[in-house]
Design a protein around this ligand. Sequence first.
Ligand SMILES: [Zn+2]
Length: 244
Amino acid sequence: MNIRPLLAAGLRKAAQRIDDRERSESPEPRQCPICGYEGAFEPFGVVPRPGAMCPNCHSLERHRQFKLLLDWTDWLPPGCSLLHFAPEGAITRLVRPLCEEYVTTDLMRDDVDLKLDIEAIDLPDRRFDRVICSHVLEHVNDIAALGELHRILKPDGAALLMVPIVEGWDTSYEDPAVTGEDARLLHFGQKDHVRRYGRDFRERVTRAGFELSEFAVGGADSVRYSIVPGIRIFLARKPADRPE
Ligand SMILES: [Zn+2]
């Protein structure tokens, strides 16, 4: 039996129901912190997430959470140099105007300023004030990558890290015997992921020499700005040099 047409029809129906609910029963309109739009948001995603997309600027939940971080914290003060791994246009548009120097990088893509391997970054020590590294570490040797991020940051510099985490697990799940796209999809949730993180992600970051803080958006604000509840942005700071 071919279940694909049934699945497709089911997804369409679910998307319509979510869309209807968003428009008719939403007790309060959503607000977009990026463009200022107020009103119903649109569902978005392969399995549609209600209210995921701002219909005016097309921002998604993670873009709005990032904007709230910029608005509510001093993570990115004026005058910084920033290196952005695997850049997304929506985040680039927010960050570039705030930076003194803004550099994009990716190992595979051609539409970036530098082709850098995050496991062996071809840059001098203490080169950047800030790094953005969102949904990269679950694809690579993260111990090597975190060490390299620490090396290229200036003292008192900081990296913004986002990874998918299973908060119910003490320990990350990784197994070098799991290779190939199908096996990785089954074990790690995506064909090019090499692990699923548990709560010990934090220890991996601090073992690389960082001090860690976390940014999450609370319940009411998650509704107002349509943020996925409970998603953490990890802020890893390289301690300042001690005076001699
Ligand atoms: Zn918007």
